[in-house]
Design a protein around this ligand. Structure first.
Ligand SMILES: Cc1ncc(C[n+]2csc(CCOP(=O)(O)OP(=O)(O)O)c2C)c(N)n1
Ligand SMILES: [Mg+2]
Length: 337
């Protein structure tokens, strides 16, 4: 069987629509990195090395990997506190992300921000927002900047099903549509807002319709299928970059872990979770596709597992060895209005 082919790390900026086997292998690798990174973060949290809140993205990997594959250099990416996967997909360094989780000086915010507050202007990642839906108007503002500067960029603004019920979301939709801003709003519908199911918290649970009163193009996608997400992303990206204004995309996904590390997730049945894991897991699904098309064989998967394991181990090692911020750092990086 063919050996694993070398694949390009950077997927941004490709103009082609067809997905090559190499790209699918890259999607698998990117999803696996997020999964293993998150599992390790969960372990470090259990060991008391990560303080505060920590929200894992396990189960939702196909969403950000599929959409990031259509992002281009210069685009702006924003999301909520469930942000580790988005940062990795943007190409941020796993060491810097993990060290921020452990509150060390080698972290993206020098250990002073933690899990929910990381940024990389270089990679176009604008947070990491702990206030539910706060990233939506900010993403809309960044989209305004892209249009104003005529730089061809778009803002991809991710938020949850719970966040979709916040008022500021609809003020943003109105402005974005009125001014035809280049913004992709992605509702990651993982079925729960903390412990509240969509059925209990949303008067209209089909979020895909929420953009219709604002004359926005609306799309609904299977977020457990990375190829479907990418295809939808291409369509949305073409529409937005052609100057037609914003797109709302509802992506159906599922989180396997609790809302945050302190959540025993008693609001759902074990059977529901098990069904998603065994029948819809995005990584297993793509693995089956890759095996079927002979893009990767068992040895190829093994060496990829090892490569990812090493990256995550290095990140965890760095995150434990990097020193804590010096007390004098308390007075730096502070915005004084
Ligand atoms: C304005 C505000 N209200 C409440 C909270 C507490 N809170 C944190 S996450 C969350 C649920 C959000 O759920 P969802 O938007 O579905 O995102 P998910 O956690 O599922 O990714 C709530 C209510 C908050 N952080 N900010
Ligand atoms: Mg949710």
């Amino acid at each position: 069987m063919a050996k694993e082919k070398p694949v390009k790390k950077a997927l941004n900026g490709r103009g082609d629509n067809a997905v090559t086997p190499e790209q699918l292998v890259q999607f698998y690798r990117d999803m696996l990195l997020i999964r293993r990174f998150e599992e390790r973060a969960g372990q470090l949290y259990g060991m008391g090395l990560i303080g505060g809140f920590c929200h894992l993205y396990i189960g939702q990997e196909a969403v950000v990997v599929g959409l990031q594959s259509v992002a281009r250099e210069g685009d702006s990416i924003l999301t909520s506190y469930r942000d580790h996967g988005h940062m990795l997909a943007c190409g941020m360094d796993p060491k810097g992300v993990m060290a921020e989780l452990t509150g060390r000086s080698g972290g993206y915010s020098k250990g002073k921000g933690g899990s929910m507050h990381m940024f990389s202007r270089e990679k176009g990642f604008y947070g990491g927002h702990g206030i539910v839906a706060a990233q939506v108007p900010i993403g809309t503002g960044l989209a305004f900047a892209h249009k104003y500067k005529k730089d061809g960029g778009m803002a991809v603004t991710y938020f949850g099903d719970g966040a979709a019920n916040q008022g500021q979301v609809y003020e943003s939709f109105n402005m974005a549509s009125l001014w035809q801003l280049p913004v992709l709003y992605v509702i990651e519908n993982n079925k729960y807002a903390m412990g509240t199911s969509v059925a209990r918290g949303s008067a209209s649970p089909d979020f895909v319709h929420r953009g219709e009163p604002y004359n926005m193009k609306c799309m609904s996608v299977d977020g457990m299928d990375v190829q479907a997400v990418r295809a939808a992303g291409l369509e949305a990206g073409d529409y937005i970059r052609a100057g037609h204004g914003p797109v709302l995309m509802e992506v159906h996904t599922y989180r396997y872990r609790g809302h945050s590390m302190s959540d025993p997730a008693k609001y759902r049945t074990k059977e529901e979770l098990q069904k998603m894991r065994t029948e819809h897991d995005p990584i297993d699904r793509l693995r089956a596709v890759l095996l079927e098309m002979k893009a990767l064989d068992e040895d190829g998967f093994k060496s990829m597992d090892k490569e990812i394991k090493d990256i995550v181990l290095d990140a965890a090692d760095f995150a434990q060895k990097s020193p804590e911020p010096d007390p004098s750092e308390l007075w730096t990086d502070i915005l004084v209005a």
